[in-house]
Design a binder for this molecule. Structure first.
Ligand code: FE2
Length: 300
């Protein structure tokens, strides 16, 4: 039976110990669903699970994203509904420092929300640690609901109703300067996601900021002004009192709600130490995508 959680940060982070998710009952599932509304980050320690166990667990809470058609730089191997979050290739060799996948993965060190570049973004990410580095490599989470609550009223009024464009290549091309893309890759990953900067969550009724390193501009606003606003909001959100730092242990499963928390990876010795995790990600089925803004076609 699912035990009561250990509260790490009230209404933000909870931790479960002494529970095996493979034995989850219908009652456990109901309780876990409630916890997932209340807490943005849930740590389930010491899980001995296979890829199939991880996918089956994710499916209890929503349809998992598929990576079957993802560009090759996203995946080194594994089943199509798990994303490989690692610095190794399919043979478990550490990637060369100049390997494109390693360079792209540096984007994980920026505050972001997973898959925010999709028209229907991610709901929960469920990341399982198979092998971790001896130092560094923590994942940090930033409470976006608390950040919205703490915003001054004039700032809340300023951003109310604004819509941001999220683009899969923004962090990679604009922020990090990775430029060698084929026309097919650029075509596959062109912008097609526009999300409100402020969302009211249907399950908790709380408001949250929709921020991510993938947010490239704001509709109807000059690009420099938009990027500074996004930078300032991210800076405001990611204040120490709103951050949880997860120090990984092997066999941790960490679940976070991408609607309520941004996250980022902290540095580790990526050229010498292996770090291997697998992520299942559920789709936010309750999300209603916005129409493509008229301005996009007018500017084309
Ligand atoms: Fe991520």
């Amino acid at each position: 039976m699912l035990p009561d959680p250990i509260i790490v940060m009230p209404d933000f982070v909870a931790r479960f110990e002494g529970w095996d998710l493979r034995g989850m009952t219908a009652e456990d599932e109901t309780r876990m669903r409630d916890h997932l509304v209340r807490y943005s980050v849930i740590v389930i320690a010491d899980q001995h699970i296979s890829d199939d166990d991880q996918i089956a667990f994710a499916e209890r809470f929503g349809p998992p994203e598929s990576y079957a058609k993802a560009p090759s730089f996203y995946k080194a191997g594994g089943p199509p509904r798990l994303l490989d979050i690692s610095n190794v290739d399919a043979e478990k060799n550490i990637l060369d420092p100049a390997d494109k996948r390693r360079l792209i993965d540096l984007g994980n060190r920026l505050w972001h929300s997973d898959s925010s570049f999709n028209p229907v973004p991610a709901h929960h990410s469920m990341l399982y640690a198979i092998e971790i580095s001896s130092k560094g490599g923590e994942t940090q989470f930033c409470d976006l609901r608390a950040a919205y609550d703490a915003l001054p009223d004039d700032w809340k009024a300023e951003i109310d109703g604004l819509v941001a464009e999220h683009w899969a290549m923004h962090a990679r091309v604009t922020l990090m300067g990775v430029t060698d893309w084929s026309p097919a890759e650029l075509e596959m990953l062109k912008p097609d996601a526009w999300h409100p900067l402020v969302r009211t969550l249907p399950d908790s009724g709380r408001k949250t900021l929709f921020l991510s390193a993938h947010a490239s501009r704001i509709i109807g606003m000059p690009v420099p002004e938009a990027r500074i606003l996004l930078h300032e909001l991210t800076d405001f959100a990611a204040q120490p009192e709103r951050i949880y730092t997860h120090h990984w242990r092997e066999r941790d499963l960490v679940i976070w709600d991408n609607r309520c928390a941004m996250h980022r990876l902290k540095r580790y010795d990526v050229a010498r130490e292996k770090r291997i995790l697998r992520r299942a990600t559920t789709v936010d089925v309750a999300y209603v995508p916005l129409e493509r803004p008229d301005e996009i076609d007018a500017a084309a």
